[in-house]
Design a protein around this ligand. Structure first.
Ligand code: BTN
Length: 264
């Protein structure tokens, strides 16, 4: 079945199978696809994660969607749409599945110490202006198990709740929730509208964490996680040898944040 649903703001392009909905979205964004175009696939043959990783995308097991956005904001502000999407997905999962997940900064939704959803935001700029932003969302919905190497780090809504939820209903809840947060973000120019909710569900808030350089695996910094600021940076309170404390800002990028005592 291939069908396009028109909605006044969002136009969904439904695909049976694709390499990656982010890649497809980029291809059509280059040839003029409008703001609000959403690419949805039943399966991806080369689903992409952050930092060159893959994203398991078996047929009808999850929601694999990419939104094309053309916001009139600075490129640095567009990178924060990842956090806007994370807050929207968390809220949508709670409303549709009655499942309370946490957020692993900047862009994973986790429950039971494992990942339920990942978000990959990519953008294209020209002369310092945004041409388009792609916000790709992958949610594990009806997976019953994961292959060995993922089993400690991934879970699904079915594994967490024992129930199969309608992916269509969940997708529309995500779109509506994202739209609400997105409008507030663009209007205010900062993350005030989601900050409290984000911090409330941030894993490791007020706990000791280690910030690790993903490229080299080196520990960059250790301290207590104090939530995000209005720009989406992660605040880490550190203590120097002389006992003085200061708050460092971690800008999202090539770093990963781990609790000192567990997986997430
Ligand atoms: C991550 O966990 O590092 C991010 C995962 C993002 C996966 C989604 S699935 C839909 C969209 N298309 C892709 O190829 N990736 C994103």
């Amino acid at each position: 079945m291939m069908m396009d649903i028109e909605n006044d703001k969002y136009n969904i392009i439904r695909l049976e199978e694709i390499d990656s909905t982010n890649e497809y979205a980029k291809r059509i964004a280059k040839t003029g696809a409008k703001h609000g175009t959403i690419v949805l696939a039943r399966k991806q043959s080369a689903g992409k994660g952050r930092l060159g990783r893959g994203f398991e995308s078996n047929e009808d097991k999850g929601i694999f969607m990419s939104m094309i956005l053309r916001p009139d904001i600075e490129p640095i502000a567009a990178a924060r749409l990842t956090l806007v999407a994370a807050a929207a997905v968390r809220q949508a999962i709670k409303q549709v599945c009655s499942l309370e997940c946490d957020i692993k900064w900047p862009n994973d939704i986790v429950a039971d110490g494992r990942k339920v959803c990942g978000i990959l935001t990519e953008m294209s700029t020209e002369n310092g202006n945004i041409k388009y932003v792609i916000v790709g969302i992958g949610i594990n919905v009806t997976n019953e198990l994961f292959k060995e190497e993922l089993s400690q780090v991934a879970t699904s809504i079915l594994m967490l709740t024992g129930k199969i939820y309608d992916r269509e209903v969940l997708m529309w809840k995500i779109i509506n929730q994202f739209d609400r947060y997105y409008e507030a973000y663009v209007r205010l120019g900062n993350l005030t509208a989601i900050k409290d909710d984000y911090d409330k569900y941030l894993v490791n808030i007020d706990r000791q964490v280690r910030v690790v350089d993903c490229t080299g695996g080196r520990a960059v910094l250790e301290g207590i996680c104090r939530g995000i600021d209005e720009e989406g940076n992660l605040l880490i309170e550190t203590e120097s040898e002389d006992g003085s404390r200061r708050v460092e800002k971690i800008v999202s990028g090539e770093v990963s944040v781990r609790g000192v005592y567990g997986y997430v």
